[in-house]
Design a protein around this ligand. Structure first.
Ligand code: BEZ
Length: 211
């Protein structure tokens, strides 16, 4: 059975480039992103890891810890790090899990045998401070991910965890949001004293609440 939204993210002990961690302790009440890449010393993965390093301040600003994983060794991760800074201009600034026996990859369903029975796919798991799974996405090895999109989703997840709103298509930080349909107009008047526009009874648009 694959991991589903709302499930507790499985705990594990792992060797990382920053030393051994116990995953739940490492999360420590923060938001977290656990992502896999298929293989060290491969071209798309090299660009992705450089991009995550570039965006690390953006993850930090949102209180999100980032950790990568592949089925390679710590020695490979460390050797590859030199190629990443050389070609992408950004040094690795987050831990990378070494999972050569695929124990964690199997635990999180990162191996899709019909794609490859030895390498992980490109999985992303966003985990909330309650250690529950808030988002999972899977890309094939041939397609690099858009980590700006992961940040956009995190903005939505963090906003919607605090307010009775949902975010519309292509929403970005600061844009109007939707009042959740489960809130009656009467309840909405209390939470959104500034009001809203009713396009349909189920589609009420209001400015993004400020913290
Ligand atoms: C890559 O990162 O370029 C890659 C990794 C595994 C399979 C195919 C491509």
């Amino acid at each position: 059975m694959s991991l589903q939204l709302g499930d507790l993210a499985p705990d594990f002990i792992a060797d990382t480039t920053d030393g051994q961690i116990r995953f739940h302790e490492w999360i420590d009440g923060s938001w977290a992103v656990l992502f896999s890449h298929p293989k060290d010393f491969t071209p798309v993965c090299t660009t992705e890891l450089g991009e995550v390093a570039r965006l690390k301040p953006e993850f930090d600003r949102r209180g999100v810890k980032v950790i990568g994983l592949s089925v390679d060794s710590i020695d490979d991760h460390r050797a590859w790090a030199g190629d990443i800074v050389e070609t992408q201009g950004h040094a690795l600034n987050f831990p990378m899990i070494a999972d050569p026996d695929r124990r964690i990859a199997e635990l999180y369903g990162m191996i899709h045998p019909k794609a490859s029975d030895t390498l992980t796919v490109r999985s992303v798991f966003v985990i909330g401070p309650d250690k529950k799974l808030k988002l999972s996405i899977t890309y094939p090895a041939s397609t690099g991910r858009n980590f700006e999109e992961i940040l956009r989703v995190i903005d939505s997840l963090q906003l919607t965890s605090k307010h009775s709103v949902a975010t519309p298509v292509n929403w970005r930080q600061g844009e109007d949001v939707i009042i959740v349909p489960s809130l009656s107009d009467e309840q909405a008047r209390e939470k959104f004293p500034g009001g809203w526009r009713t396009l349909k009874p189920y589609l009420r648009v209001t400015p993004q609440p400020q913290d």
